[in-house]
Design a protein around this ligand. Structure first.
Ligand code: NDP
Length: 512
């Protein structure tokens, strides 16, 4: 006991110290760090076992590339080589298309739809069972934080297979009186920002509709697609239904022009999307393009501000901003501008940039040197054109590819940072006074993939959603995905929808 009522008054306890004592008691006496820094919390990497070298997965077998060409895939956070990957040439793409055609004609397309569904359910369950392994691999090869691979990429990939498994035997109900039939062999080309999720978006609806596929993952992130081949085997999918050919853009171009392909599904840059459209003009091949974006995230003065700050951060710093639908243009109503920017800057100082496999990391590594250079170049242009840059104090790792979360204010609509897709953790802030002005500015872009609206008024949300030229409009949230919800763009963001019933349509034909 301390001093009694008769002695000197005891000094008033420091409330902070008291709180610490309480915390320490709860933690069994373990000292609590005074400055609240995070201790490293790395996810174990040894759950993933990598081969030194990978071939091409064709007709249910691993084959060597015809020309013997390979390239090295790395961990972008350390530049450490991970494995040697095969570069598929025209002969290899030809073999893959042949295997897919054979599987399509000799079994898969005629299989009872409920049997097809069983395979898809199996794949979904295996992905769930092996989700930790896939999440670690995705972070290792792509640089994204493990928290995101674990909590977003993997659950959504499995959910996609579950969702489309459910449709496989209900196509007649989904498209009544239209006699839906599979298209044939689908050529699918995917990017590096969500490697497994993009694979799931492409493969699940294609198989559910009775097609077979030849898929090319991006050059920098082939490993999760190659591990997926193991899932395909485990699920005992008939050989040739899924074929994975790795390589760079040349392999993609071979798939696009191969005459044995019936449908191309592409996600990537607008430039390559346009080149593909030109290549396919006049052919009978079906095409869907999911391309870039420069989304407006519009915050009105009646928005719940703290919630909006989280939405803005999630909108642009999620997955290092390597997101086609990223909220990369923030439109703030003038009356709350100062307050919002102050809050946003404060929030940025709490983002932890670092090792992708650390469970405390918020922002991981940039996917490749090439992408880092592109971001640096556009940020430089923002400075040169007169925008004001803010970057929180941040110590970056010495090796690997990194970029500090960045906010540009004082941005004019004509600046490159307000027009071009940066595809990095860089936000451009603009202001508006009236809803009309917000709509005008939000739609002032060649793209039209997504948008966000923050306001407490339901009527304003509906009015804005009708006027924003974007395939997806999120209200009081951002970057929310659900397999039942169609996703896709207007204008230079492409055409066709992925997800939901709409996502089945490009993989079906309805002619008599
Ligand atoms: P690309 O469009 O080049 O890559 C997407 C996929 O297409 C990859 O698998 C790529 O192979 C392949 N590809 C490349 N050239 C061709 C071709 N001529 N024919 C067929 N397939 C081809 O995007 P990048 O990776 O070069 O990124 C560049 C920019 O594109 C980014 O900075 C970003 O702005 C944007 N982007 C947008 C994405 C989106 O989701 N909307 C996704 C990725 C990028 P490989 O990987 O070997 O080049």
């Amino acid at each position: 006991m301390g001093g009694g009522w008769w002695g000197e008054p005891a000094p008033r306890p420091d409330p902070k110290a008291e709180a610490m004592t309480e915390l320490e008691r709860k933690r069994g006496g373990a000292p609590v760090p005074a400055d609240w820094t995070y201790a490293p919390a790395p996810e174990a990497r040894d759950i993933v076992s990598l081969r030194e070298r990978y071939g091409l997965y064709v007709g249910g077998e691993w084959i060597e590339p015809h020309a013997g060409e390979t390239f090295t895939t790395i961990d972008p956070s350390t530049e450490e080589p991970l494995a040697e990957i095969a570069q598929a040439g025209p002969e290899d793409v030809g073999l893959a298309v042949e295997a897919a055609r054979d599987a399509f004609e000799n079994g898969w397309s005629a299989l009872a739809p409920s049997e097809r569904a069983k395979y898809l359910f199996r794949i979904a369950r295996i992905l769930q069972e092996r989700s930790r392994e896939f999440a670690v691999l995705e972070s290792l090869n792509g640089g994204k934080p493990i928290r995101e691979s674990r909590d977003v990429d993997l659950p959504l990939s499995a959910a996609h297979f579950f969702y489309y498994a459910g449709w496989a035997d209900k196509l007649e109900y989904a498209f009544p009186n239209r006699a839906p039939r599979p298209v044939g062999v689908a050529g699918q080309i995917i990017p590096w920002n969500f490697p497994l999720l993009m694979l799931a978006w492409k493969v699940a609806p294609a198989l559910a509709a009775g097609n077979t596929v030849v898929l090319k993952p991006a050059e920098t992130t082939p490993l999760s697609a190659l591990l997926f081949c193991d899932v395909v085997r485990q699920a005992e999918l008939p050989p040739g239904v899924v074929n994975i050919v790795t390589g760079d853009g040349r392999t993609g171009a071979e798939i696009v022009k191969h005459p044995g392909i019936d449908k191309i599904a592409f996600t990537g840059s607008t430039d390559v999307g346009k080149a593909i459209q030109r290549e396919l003009a006049g052919t009978r091949k079906k095409l869907t393009l999911e391309l870039g974006g420069k989304a407006a995230n519009v915050v009105f003065d009646d928005a719940p501000l703290d919630q909006a700050i989280e939405g803005i951060v999630n909108g642009i710093y999620f997955n290092q901003g390597h997101v086609c639908c990223a909220g990369s243009r923030l439109l703030v109503q003038e009356s709350i501008y100062e307050q919002l920017i102050a809050k946003l800057k404060r929030r940025l100082t709490t983002l932890r940039v670092g090792a992708p496999l650390d469970k405390n990391t918020d922002v991981g590594a940039i996917n490749s040197r090439q992408q880092l250079e592109k971001i640096e170049q556009l940020v430089e242009s923002g400075r040169d054109e007169g925008a004001e840059i803010y970057q929180p104090p941040c110590r970056l790792p010495e090796r690997g590819y990194w970029f500090v979360p960045t906010v540009f204010t004082n941005v004019a609509q004509s600046y490159r940072i307000a027009q071009e897709e940066i595809f990095g953790p860089v936000l451009s802030v603009l202001t508006f006074r009236t809803p009309d002005e917000a709509v005008e500015k939000a739609n002032n872009t060649p793209y039209g993939l997504s948008a966000g609206v923050w306001t407490e008024k339901g009527s304003r949300i509906l009015a804005m959603a009708q006027r924003l030229r974007a395939g997806v409009v999120w209200a009081n949230t951002y970057n929310r995905f659900d397999p039942a919800s169609p996703f896709g763009g207007y204008k230079e963001s492409g055409f066709g929808r992925e997800g939901g019933l709409h996502g089945l349509e490009p993989y079906l034909r309805f002619d008599p």
